[in-house]
Design a protein around this ligand. Sequence first.
Ligand code: G6P
Ligand code: ZN
Length: 543
Amino acid sequence: MVFKTVQTTPIKGQKPGTSGLRKKTAVFREPGYLENFVQCIFDGTGGAAGKTYVIGGDGRFFNTQAIGVIIRMAAANGAARLIVGQDGILSTPAASNLIRKNQTDGGIILSASHNPGGENGDFGIKFNAPNGGPAPEKITDAIFAKTLEITEYKIAEQEPEDIGRAGSFTVGDCRIDVVDPVGDYETLMQELFDFDAIGTLFAGGFRICFDAMHAVTGPYATRILEGTLGAPKGSVINAVPSPDFGGGHPDPNPVWASELVAIMNGDDAPDFGAASDGDGDRNMVMGKGTFISPSDSLALLTAYAHLAPAYSGKLAGVARSMPTSQAVDLVAVRLGIPCFETPTGWKFFGNLLDAGKATLCGEESAGTGSNHIREKDGLWAVLLWLNILARDGRDIVQLQSDHWRSFGRNYYSRHDYEEIPTEAAEALMAALRGRLADLPGTVVAGLEVSTADDFAYRDPIDQSLTEAQGVRIGFTDGSRVVMRLSGTGTQGATLRVYLERFVDRSGDHTQDVQAALAPVIAAAETLADITKHTGRSSADVIT
Ligand code: G6P
Ligand code: ZN
């Protein structure tokens, strides 16, 4: 085996965002782009010599080529062993599980999550730490620092063997184990949930539609739901991963998962609908004719998690990202457990999970998960829901309305303004930040501001401080507006406006969400002059 050292120079813009380095696929295919970044992952984490990594991706265009490069580079950098998903496939949660189970030195996951794929789509690469979770900022900062000073990378000259078959081969002294992507993940799910109860539910005629959106969860959902649990064949739709996700956005929300929404709103709707994203960490759940918002899903899962074997004891705590609705906070109060509020990004849950302070975590961005791994987990959320429905007996729509009757309803929506010029987005946020100190006590579009700040988070475990994570404006009636710029886009800036209004348990829980939020929407416009700054009179995507 011949290893070579290739001279290179730093490439601008290789700064990992909320979830790794994400760029247009064409950028990743530029000479040296991927190689530089992979070398910096190794160099920024103390070198690859003697180490073991998990490698896999969501199957999008360029996935297998990128994995070939990573195998050659890991071997040339002295790695001892690589655990690679067969055909290059590993969902993000399955990769997290393999990292933990094999106690590896981390993993490299190829995905741009819910962003479209293909030659003209997006590609991404992220490093996960030995705890199985997304690298914390001190690691991504170290990797980024290396990208600014890189002079060479190491790579094996020869293409590696085919990763389409399970089995082992070597590249130099590095052993490559190609593994079934689903096996260990399914074992973990069986340990957590009451598979017998879920199997009985399906045997009794319960119907599910799981939309894998042509992405990575297809093989997982087909084997677990239709295979092991006995859901009827055809319960999983769009089940074969495709390099461009069938031309769509593999983003499980009512806008992009419109096929599922149409099925769930149809005359012959199944009892339960669900979808997952490109790399399998996000989830959306639905009942007949009803979308369950991710924030409500987190609150409901927290309230009923005790019905699943793994969560039958008292939960240590729950955590949500700051823009996620406060519905789960109310459940935490009733359960007598702490509720942590973290910045956006799953990595901020890592310390809480490692320290045993939180059992369940969730985000408005369609992510829910627990201490079973260190990533959010789409299929896990679906299985926890199925476990709850199997043991509780009510249907999901009834369960939700009973929940609101008991706790009140946090009406919630997110308005996204996509691909706006970065300067315009930054000017909007700067102007808003400049007004914060003067806002409390003023009345905006009929709502009185009670609090206004720029969210900063002091990690309770390592005391690290993360600032400027988004503007929060609270009103005296309990409503809230949060605004921040997305950290995952690849073009221009995306302004996210998160809107929330609380209606107590005796109030009307049956209103149209946008109508219920109308006063809060008006307040957001007045506060931030969104139309003036963005030139848009309405949001591009409303979820
Ligand atoms: C990724 C992360 C999530 C995070 C989301 C936010 O999906 O894994 O933890 O909530 O990005 O994305 P945004 O575009 O709002 O920064
Ligand atoms: Zn994802």
